[in-house]
Design a protein around this ligand. Structure first.
Ligand SMILES: *Cc1c(COP(=O)(O)O)cnc(C)c1O
Length: 398
């Protein structure tokens, strides 16, 4: 019989009762170090007092009023995001896929209002992940995700990642935008080179094509800067973000320059729940922490510590891990045995992480992770490697 909860996920048999910082506690009293962080979402860890307090205070006042009315919390959040990014204007929604849908709508409508309604094609990258709505399945382009869901939505074209010549070849008079993740998350923590991003920017400037970054996973401090594209110094025309923005509370956003955003006039886009007082109070609380002087420097320092320790781990256990990828606290460890087996062994060793494509183990600690917790995580990974060697030796003995 089908479970009451539709079984679309391959869930680990763990249920958590409470969390505190980077730690999660199961209903049966076990403790895990959480380097999954709700898939890069719990940016302040669990039960962060400032975030909890902001949500409690706002929930007790007013949670939701709809976008029929002004929402001061959303105005404040938009103001702060524009002050700290390339953007002039921000639209709030509820998830990453919804933010990406909005981003494509912004780009197409900006082209239409600039006199080019025929410019609807979006050039996407092989290995992309943009979400699970019908259009974002097509932007993602992975046949495994599209299977059984009918004709793909047209006008999403795929080219090899980090290959400027392939992008140039794919450009047509109908190209609207080039859409990519500065670091591909789901497909294995694969970074766009700074050179590729600069070349894309130059190409877009030449052709009037818009540069659209999906920073749903890389954004909001994850890489040690507020947005990952800041490392390359290449600014997009439009950008989506979501995961870490609410610290675990659902919220997504489309950020755009004035040139792009001015196409989004009354009635062109909307969402009932988007930018509610509660969601924006949560995101404002997250920004209070992230934008405090020195916080992102601390994220970079933690990342440097983890990089050093993980490189040592790779040298010590070349039969389990053979490469480190990513930036800041968006870390991928390329595994030698199947990443799923490594994940299971890590869980057994007390560390929660996430797998990614290309046989990668993804480490996404809360941005508030301490030095001691980084040391503890790496010692769990050592135990993981030892567990895997023991299992392998046992298998060979049989
Ligand atoms: C997670 C993710 C999405 C989808 O976000 P949802 O909130 O699950 O809809 C889109 N793009 C990227 C890069 C992501 O990591």
């Amino acid at each position: 019989m089908i479970p009451a909860l539709t079984p679309t996920y391959n869930r680990a048999n763990l249920a958590f009762e409470k969390g505190e910082g980077a730690w999660l506690y199961t209903t049966d009293g076990r403790r895990f170090l959480d380097f999954a962080a709700g898939i890069a979402t719990c940016s302040l860890g669990h039960a962060h007092p400032h975030l909890v307090n902001a949500i409690q205070q706002q929930a007790a006042k007013v949670m939701h009023v709809s976008n029929l009315f002004r929402i001061p919390q959303a105005e404040k959040l938009a103001q702060r995001l524009t002050e700290h990014s390339f953007a002039d204007s921000v639209f709030f929604c509820n998830s990453g896929a919804e933010a990406n849908e909005g981003m494509v709508k912004f780009a197409r409508r900006a082209q239409a209002l600039a006199g080019h309604p025929e410019r609807t094609e979006i050039i996407c990258m092989d290995g992309a992940f943009h979400g699970r709505t019908l259009a974002m399945l097509s932007a993602t382009g992975n046949p495994k995700y599209l299977d059984g869901f009918g004709t793909p939505v047209p006008d999403f074209i795929h080219v090899p990642f980090n290959d400027i010549e392939a992008v140039k070849k794919a450009l047509t008079a109908r190209t609207c935008a080039i859409m990519l993740e500065p670091i591909q998350g789901e497909s294995g923590i694969r970074a766009a080179s700074g050179e590729f991003l600069s070349q894309l920017r130059a190409l877009c400037d030449e052709t009037g094509v818009l540069l659209a970054f999906d920073e749903v996973q890389t954004g909001v401090g994850r890489t040690g800067r507020l947005f990952a594209h800041e490392w390359a110094g290449v600014l997009p025309d439009v950008m989506s973000t979501a995961k870490g923005l609410g610290g675990g509370f659902p919220i997504g956003a489309v950020l755009a320059t004035e040139t792009v955003a001015k196409a989004m006039t009354f009635g062109t886009h909307g969402t009932t729940f988007g930018g509610s007082p509660l969601a924006c109070a949560a995101a404002n609380a997250v920004l209070d922490v992230l934008l405090a002087p020195g916080f992102l420097d601390q994220v970079c320092a933690r990342a440097r510590l983890l990089d050093t320790l993980l490189d040592e781990l790779i040298t010590q256990h070349p039969g389990v891990f053979d490469a480190r990828r990513g930036r800041g606290l968006l870390i991928g460890l390329h595994c030698v045995p199947p990443a799923g087996n490594v994940l299971e062994a890590a869980t057994e060793a007390g560390l929660l992480c996430v797998t990614a494509g290309d046989n990668v183990l993804r480490l996404l600690p809360p941005l508030t992770v301490t030095e001691d917790e980084c040391l503890e995580a790496v010692s769990c990974l050592k135990k993981t490697a030892e567990l895997l060697s023991v299992n392998q030796n046992a298998a060979e003995a049989v």
